[in-house]
Structure formats: C-alpha cells, structure tokens
Design a binder for this molecule. Sequence first.
Ligand code: F6R
Length: 599
Amino acid sequence: MCGIIGAVSEQVTNTLIEGLGKLEYRGYDSSGISLLNKKEIETVKVTGKLINLKNRLEEKPMQGYFGIGHTRWATHGQANQENAHPHQCGKVSVVHNGIIENYLMLKERLTRQGHHFCSETDSEVVPHLINHYLSLDFSCEEAINRALIDIEGSYALAILIGGDHSQLYAVKNESPLVISEGNEGLYIASDVLALDADATKIYYPKNNELIRLGQNGINRCNKKKSGTKIHYLKNTKKRVCVDKGSHTSFMEKEIIEQISLFKSFCFDSFNENFSNVDFKKLNKISIVACGTSFYAASVAKYWLEKYAHINVDVDIASEYRYRSPIINDNELAIFVSQSGETADTLAALHYAKAKNCQTMGLVNVATSTIAREVDFMHEIHAGPEIGVASTKAFTCQLAMFYKMMIEAAKQRTSIDSEILYQLKIDFLKLPNLIESIIKCSLQIKLLAQQLSSYENMIFIGRGALSPIASEGALKLKEVSYLHAEAYAAGELKHGPIALLDEHMPVVVIAPKSELTDKLISNIQEAKARRAPIFIIGDRKVCKHFGLLKNHVFELPDVPESIAPIISVVPLQLLALYCGQLKGKNVDQPRNLAKSVTVE
Ligand code: F6R
C-alpha cells in the first residue's frame, strides 16, 4: 500500500499529480509532493483524498524540475498531515512504501544524536538516517547505502536531495518499483500504470539496486554495478482511460461488466486452457491467496477435488510460509492475486520457489511482480478493477479455476466424457444467467433496504457456497461497514447459534444443490431462534419458508457446477446497495487499499 512517484521533467507537477491519481488505489489517507526548486526543497502535504492536494496546488502552484510524490495508506500513525509523506530532514526528502521494521530502535538512536522527529511514522527515520550520513561527509550514494544497511524491512523509496547535489534516487526491497526513461523526462513509480505517457522504456530494479535519476539520465550507483548499462523493456502497458461513465460507482460498473467479461470468456478466449500443465503427474495442488482471492481459491478446492480428483490445499498467504508447509515432488503451487503485488502472497511465492516447487500465477495485473516471478502465468483478463472491493476479478478468478478444473479432469480422465461435456455446456450459460440477475437488481435493492437496518448479521452456505457466503460477508462489511460474519451452514450450531435472536439476521446462500435439504434444516434451526431469515436461493428453498418479498432473492435454476459464480453476483449487488443506503463511498471504503504491499 501507499503509492510513490518521482519525476525529473519540465512537467513535473502534472506528472506527479496524474501519477498519484493512478496510484490512489494503493491508499487515500493523505497525499503530498516535494519539488526541488533552485536547490531548495518545497513540500506540500494534505490529508484525505488526492483532490485536496490538487486544490491546494491550484491555489498555490509550485515550481521545480525534480519531484517526488506519495499517496498514503496509514500503517504507523494516524492519517494526519504530520504523518503524510514526503518526510524531510535537512536537504533530504523521502517518500516510502513498505514498513521499516526496526524504526523504533533507529528513532531512539537518532534522537540521542539530536534529531527531532515530526511524525509517528516508521518512514521518517529514512531521511534522518541519510541526512546523518551526509553530515558525516559521505557522498549522497554512500549516505543512502549506509542508511539502507541500518534499515530492516520492506521499502520502495524515492529520495530527493537538494543543495549542491540536486539528485533524485530510487531503491527498493520487496516493494514494487519501476523506473523509466522517456524522451522528455525520467520517472519512477510503484506501478507501471502510473507512469507518464512519455515513459516508453521501463526497468524493474532488483532489491537494493540504487538508481540515480538526474542530468546524466538514469544510472546505477551501487559500487559493483556503478555505470553498467541498464537493459530496458518496452513499456507495452496501454494507457487505458478508465472512467465510470454513467454508473453511480466503479463498483456498480464492474459488477455489470461481468456480463460482457463472461461473454468473452465463453466465446473469445475460452482457448486459455491450461494445457501447458501436466495434471496427470501432479499429486497435489496448493493454492495460496488473501481476502477475496482466497475465497476464489476455496471454491476451486471443491471443484478440483470433486471433478479432477486432485488433492488441493488452500492457504491464506500470511499463514502459508509460517506454518512450514511440506512441499512434495510433483506439487504445483498456485498464487492468486488481482493486483499481483500483495506482500503476503509474494512472500509465499518466494517460499515455494525456494523449495523448488513449480509455481503458477492467476493474476489480473499482468505487469505485476507476482506475474513476473511465477513459472507459469495466467492472466485472468478482468481488465482494470478500480473499485477497491473486488468484484469482477473474483468471478474471473473463478472462471479461470473452472477452466483449469476442466483441463485437469480431461487429462486425468477423472470423470465421464458426458459429465465433462456437460461442465463445458454449463459454463456457456453464465453470461445470460449473470445478465438475468443484474436485470433483477431492484429486487436486491429491496433486500438491501431491509438488511441495512441491522448492525450485525451472519451469512451461511454449504459446500462450494460456503466460501461464497464468506465473500458475501466480506463485501458487505467492506463497503457498508455493517458487521457480517460467515460460517459453513453446518457449523452454525457449533457455537455461533448463541448469537441468534430477532436482532441477528441470517443470510442464506442456497442455490439448488444436493445439500438443499440439509440447508433447509439449518435455516429452521436459525428461525427457531427468531433470527430474521434472508434467502438468496433456489425457488424451492425460498418457497419453503414463505418469506416476505423483501427477504428473498430467487436465483435462476442453475447447474450446481456454476452456482458459486452465479450466487456471488446478487451478494455483490447487495453489498453495493447497502453501502449506498448507508451513504458510504463504495469505491474507496475507509481504511482499505487495493494493493496490500505490507505484511
Ligand atoms: C476484497 C479485496 C481484498 C483482496 C486481498 C487480496 O474486496 O479486494 O480482500 O482480495 O487484499 O488482494 P489481491 O487479490 O490483489 O492479492
């Protein structure tokens, strides 16, 4: 989280502000820029969204040729102006993405040496350390390198040094950073998407490779590599203009977009078929992810085990490498991530690679670190997802897993060819089914009106719908701040049932399935405790309870195989409408960021 940007260009302010706009998905607690003007560093920082910084710069424009900028997702210290970046000490101004883990010890040491700190952040130790070494007469490069030796943690840093030096430096360790040379300027950013249109040649620096951007272009300045040529890649990332058109929010737009995405999955790019993997040889698949991507992985476990008869482990990335998983020969580890930058997922990938495990990525952002580092990369083709709460990326991840399951079942001849054929036919029904649900969004609004009058609620589902219940609850809490938890329906009576009364509604995800009758019993148990029941389900289940219209959403008759994909769409809409009814910014919910690059 946090986005950093830097530029050496005539148009520096515009480049920084435009770039920060594209990085706002990484955090929007505060923003700021520093510009170097005639050897002096001038800094402006504001709290809240980037628009506040834009307004501030319109009132009081700034001049410069070298500049750095930051959009913050608060880790250490509140989202106030003091904690906003850039942080400055003397002639050194720094923007940071990552976490300096030993900052307390460094802060104490520097304070003893007479340094005065203005913020509660971990990041502020960086300019102080560099300034400390500069004061000992080390060169800029040497001062930065010495500071990096002191620092433990993850970072992408843009460092502006004023005075006679007037240089911009960039360096990273386990946080994303891209450097670029254009015809009219030099650039750095946390994400290639944020680079200026002029940024035609890009370079992804290695950990702790110190880069200088200045009058002499871009240069490496670590001792061993100093002066060696940088081999640039062509920046192939198209500059897509993303706007929400006539939609009320990006979230709404992205939910609706699932219709066209699934049309293209079915009719254009269904050829993406995973035939490059030898599923017959595999004895285990481990799938590792966080948040919504983890729930997609959890659905995949049901599919791959049921239809392809492969043993699948699913792990939350932040737990995976710390539980010392045993990696077998003939195991494939799959890393699922919309952003491709999630720090925990990336660390888990590094763990698997270090154990010589084959790795595959299911990633939306094809230029991301995870996409670049896995052995086999499969893009999920969701297109840019701007809403911070993931919607279309989730269903596209599911679509990819479904295709994987079909290929694996085919190779392993684990199911009859008629069933395999039927699974392919079922998939083709998705675009129309998704469209039919979106057409009934008024009905979901009625549910949202009822549900949003409660403060707490429980979502339940069974089998592959259990992770869908979790995803529905996650979406709802993210965008409406209502408290929702999810359980596998059979678990309700093992404890959570103690919470049920007339103030604790239960939202049941109940498409037609072989477990329908068992689910009906679970609903009865909740009803007997006076819990208000909301059902998103099959006609039979909805009719069974004779609920009021504003408590049910009848799902179309869907084959069990694709029910997870279909059932999540009304849950996405439900969250959207609850968020809107509560007056929340559904695209940029509080405390969240789209790319979680800290552990
Ligand atoms: C929820 C959401 C998060 C992400 C999680 C992983 O709406 O977006 O839970 O799914 O932070 O992010 P990625 O998929 O980018 O690795």
